[in-house]
Design a protein around this ligand. Structure first.
Ligand code: SF4
Length: 364
């Protein structure tokens, strides 16, 4: 499968990094987790996974926003979809994610609920302006990458006087989730590849506890095969030398300090809150809710939405998959009861989910 390398942008450089990686590993295992779904897909799509040295164990992390949206949060979306006078505005990838009762927004829509797929929060504001008789609720799901845009939409709705626009914020924050993961004694990870897009907003600084408290190395990386190989080489060198460091290897996009403007909008409109992650449970301070000053735009307050933990869907092992404890193809439902056409869990629904990636690229 080494011919695969010829398709990469810089095959010679990839080959040399791969060779250095082999030498650095020197037969020792390296268990790495990529935190974000875009990396999961990049690792598979490029064919990189099949040419990595066998000592490298690849674990997929909790970084697909749809996958970590809790069943109870999906239930709240469904309840809201059944509320008279409400139009739900959502990104398309949430449509097929089942709640704890196995129902989806797509099914609710087929049964007559007003659910509109939008491509950006401003589309949802337009929907609200066009439907003054209804309240448009935008489902705020995503990480630090998405949250600034949703925060800006609240400012925009206020500036434009669109009073029937609301946000139901279930945004989640990556660094607290990493700390929760690393605090779990069952976690066995040598190092992390950190998400490129999230890091463009938050910078590299928030990952410091990963190294300082938990003694793990991490690299912020881009999505080209060479980016990923260089990140793996860095992790392998850290492991060999017993170093725990955080490196920003994606400087062409990620500044160490992140994007201060985007963070300021986020901090203005949202405040940190506890959040439930699917398969993981409650992580303190890992979510964002609408701040008091913008309460008029907050669906949670208006509809009295309270999220309570509930049991996972029977048989779905998404929790184990999201924590990197179980390879997707080892879930008993994988490829049988659970396929992209008939997904049981969110990790198979989202194109960034690790189960969907494993299925698409046929790992069994
Ligand atoms: Fe859940 Fe399906 Fe993945 Fe199993 S294969 S963990 S049921 S999404």
């Amino acid at each position: 499968s080494l011919e695969l390398l010829d398709q990469f942008h810089d095959p010679a450089l990839c080959k040399s990094v791969l060779e250095r990686l082999r030498v650095t590993l020197d037969g020792q295992p390296l268990r790495f987790m990529e935190v974000c779904g875009t990396h999961t897909v990049a690792i598979f799509r490029s064919g990189l996974r099949s040419i990595l040295p066998k000592e490298i164990v690849h674990l997929s992390g909790p970084g697909c926003p749809v996958c970590v949206t809790h069943e109870a949060e999906i239930n709240a979306f469904l309840d809201l979809a059944g509320t008279p006078g409400v139009i739900i505005a959502t990104f398309g990838d949430l449509m097929r994610v089942p709640g704890s009762r196995g129902r989806t927004l797509k099914a609710a829509q087929a049964e007559g609920a007003r659910v509109s797929v939008v491509y950006s929060p401003p589309d949802a504001i337009k929907l609200a302006a066009d439907n003054p008789d209804a309240t448009v609720v935008f489902l705020g799901v995503g990480f630090e990458t998405t949250a600034p845009g949703v925060a800006a939409s609240i400012l925009m709705a206020r500036a434009q006087g669109v009073a029937n626009y609301r946000v139901l914020s279930f945004h989640k924050l990556v660094p607290p989730a990493l700390e929760a993961l690393l605090s779990d004694p069952g976690t066995d990870i040598d190092g992390f590849i950190m998400p490129g897009h999230v890091s463009a907003i938050i910078g590299a600084e928030p990952y410091r506890p990963v190294a300082e408290r938990f003694g793990k190395a991490a690299a912020v990386a881009g999505f080209e095969p060479l980016d990923i190989l260089q990140a793996l080489l860095f992790l392998a060198e850290c492991k060999r030398d017993g170093r725990a460091e955080i490196a920003n290897l994606y400087r062409r996009v990620v500044r160490d300090e992140g994007n201060a403007k985007a963070r300021a909008v986020m901090a203005q409109v949202f405040r940190p809150a506890d959040a439930l992650w699917r398969g993981i449970g409650l992580i303190p301070g890992s979510g964002l809710e609408v701040a008091d000053e913008y309460a008029a735009f907050d669906a949670k307050r208006q509809y009295g939405i309270v999220i309570k933990d509930c049991p996972p869907l029977p048989g779905c092992k998404c929790g184990e998959v999201l924590k990197g404890k179980l390879a997707p193809n080892l879930c008993p439902l994988f490829g049988r009861a659970c396929t992209p056409a008939n997904p049981v869990g969110p990790c198979m629904v989202s194109t960034e989910g690790s189960c969907a990636a494993y299925y698409k690229y046929q790992v069994d």
